[in-house]
Design a protein around this ligand. Structure first.
Ligand SMILES: Cc1cc2nc3c(=O)[nH]c(=O)nc-3n(C[C@H](O)[C@H](O)[C@H](O)COP(=O)(O)OP(=O)(O)OC[C@H]3O[C@@H](n4cnc5c(N)ncnc54)[C@H](O)[C@@H]3O)c2cc1C
Length: 474
């Protein structure tokens, strides 16, 4: 296990006293037993016990807290639901955590305008449920929906299973309010789809992983809820055939395809062999498995999928397939795909790569990665599953748990990725775990501009030090 570790030069004791006076003692946790549970996120990076946990109740309190932290040079780790998978919310030593857990709730639901204004600490699932009750939908969807917060999904620009249809979080945020390190409140809670009045600063904050500001409120773009959908699992010979299925599906269903997910045989066999994870819905050995979900706004959704199936079989793109006929069958098929979050105990120590290449090249890239890993003694098996229409694969590589093996595997995969012009993180973010690999995706010039922005917005580097930008130079 890696440990987060950074110590800023902090005038902490008087800073903490000031914070308690400004926010109230109930909003500042300092007891070790209270602070411990805020140390780490779900990435496996073990964080340090924070010096304190700040729990502001509104934007003005966040501003007060950050002003004090900047004055005393106290490092601040913004935290939402701590479901992050890259260590961005794992606390380095000597930092305070700023949790949004008291800033929750829906502020306004504008049915006609199809927008929802929410506090940053609101769980994603609350937003989805509230939208659905109004006949609407917030389409960002991830497995951690029950705990992940809107602020966290914005800070990581979360993706998930419906990116193909509705884009990443960035494409679903209309307005944003955030507080900079010096306490400046940037508030643009606009509900307009069109706004060319100057630079769109919200896009700087989206995906900045708590390093440029603390997101406090957001205006989300909702969509019409289409309650009916049809789900099919298709077994195909290989990744190329899966892409052919996608082309046929696009012709049949256009923008009504809400998910197109892929599973390689290593993942399929692993998950389906363990009955505790999921039950195989198709027998025999196949080269690739696709889950496709399509919105159906009429009663004949299944018929449409069956005709689509027929075309796939006629052209030799599909070898077998099953159409979910009930909610239970739908859930059971999704369970196979979502079991990736539960493989840890059986798969042992592993690296969880979240990488992307051009969708048309994903199959070939994975073949190259497999060849490369076969030649490495350190790699003890892979699982590959992902959002194939987005070119995003979650590649899990098992190893013996040693830091040396981890280093060799990471070096090999990220160097390969660099040759393919890929992204070292497609959706989970850089956090602390991937910070040393970011230059495999970003040029020196891009990094220089990013660092200039960071220095300008957070000159003392108090916001989430060690994440995304690496350890600040002393
Ligand atoms: C089972 C499971 C499935 C997942 N599936 C997906 C998936 O499909 N796609 C995907 O993209 N991710 C996925 N994730 C990762 C994770 O859920 C997302 O990264 C999520 O967006 C994190 O939200 P959070 O509130 O838990 O943020 P945290 O983990 O608390 O924080 C994540 C980052 O955001 C920063 N941050 C948090 N709140 C704020 C704020 N208000 N202002 C500024 N910075 C802030 C933190 O400093 C940190 O850098 C999954 C995680 C799990 C455990």
């Amino acid at each position: 296990m890696k440990k987060a570790g950074i110590q800023l030069d902090a005038d902490c004791a008087s800073g903490l006293t000031e914070l308690a006076a400004a926010l109230g003692t109930k909003a500042v946790l300092t007891e070790p037993a209270d602070c411990d549970r805020y140390a780490s996120d779900q990435s496996g990076l073990i964080g340090a016990r924070p010096l304190a946990v700040l729990r502001p109740a509104n934007t003005e309190e966040v501003a007060q807290a950050l002003r004090i932290c900047t004055r005393h040079r106290i490092a601040v780790v913004p935290q939402g639901g701590r479901t992050g998978l890259s260590g961005g919310a794992s606390s380095p030593a000597g930092a305070v955590v700023l949790s949004t857990e008291r800033m929750t709730g829906v502020i306004e639901l504008d049915r006609q305008g199809m927008t929802m204004t929410v506090w940053a600490g609101t769980p994603l699932e609350t937003v989805q449920t509230t939208a659905r009750e109004a006949g609407l939908d917030y389409p960002v969807d991830i497995g951690a929906r029950g705990t992940a917060t809107i602020g966290g999904t914005i800070a990581t620009n979360a993706g998930g299973i419906r990116v193909l249809q509705h884009g990443m979080t960035r494409q679903n945020v209309l307005g944003l309010e955030a507080v900079l390190a010096d306490g400046t409140i940037l508030s643009r809670l606009g509900k307009t789809m069109k706004d060319n009045s100057g630079l769109d600063l919200k896009h700087l904050l989206i995906g900045s992983e708590g390093t440029l500001g603390v997101v406090t409120r957001a205006v989300l773009q909702l969509r019409q809820n289409v309650p009916d959908s049809a789900l099919a699992l298709i077994a195909v010979p290989d990744h190329a055939a899966a892409l052919s299925c996608l082309s046929v599906a696009r012709r049949w269903f256009g923008s009504r395809i809400c998910a197109f997910e892929g599973m390689w045989p290593d993942y399929w066999d692993f998950v389906c062999r363990r009955t505790s994870l999921a039950e195989a819905a198709i027998s025999g050995q196949h080269g690739f498995y696709v889950l496709i979900e399509v919105e159906t706004d009429h009663a004949n959704g299944e018929d449409a999928l069956e005709t689509f199936f027929a075309e796939l079989f006629e052209n030799g793109f599909a070898e077998d397939g099953v159409l979910a006929k009930s909610l239970a069958e739908t859930q059971s098929l999704w369970r196979i795909r979502e079991a990736v979050g539960e493989v840890d105990p059986d798969f042992g120590p592993h690296i969880n790569f979240d990488i992307a290449v051009a969708p048309s090249e994903l199959g070939k890239f994975c073949e190259s990665a497999d060849d490369l890993l076969e030649g490495l003694q350190d790699a003890a098996g892979t699982l590959k599953v992902g959002h194939v229409a987005d070119g995003n694969v979650h590649l899990l590589v098992a190893h013996d748990g040693s830091a040396e093996a981890e280093e060799r595997i990471e070096t090999a995969i990220y160097e390969l990725l660099s040759d393919w012009n890929g992204a070292v993180t497609a959706e989970h973010g850089v956090g602390r775990l991937k910070v040393r690999w970011i230059t495999h995706s970003r040029s020196r010039e891009e990094m220089a501009v990013m660092h200039t922005l960071k220095r300008q917005l957070d000159p003392f580097g108090i916001l989430n030090p060690g994440a995304l930008f690496g350890v600040p130079e002393s």
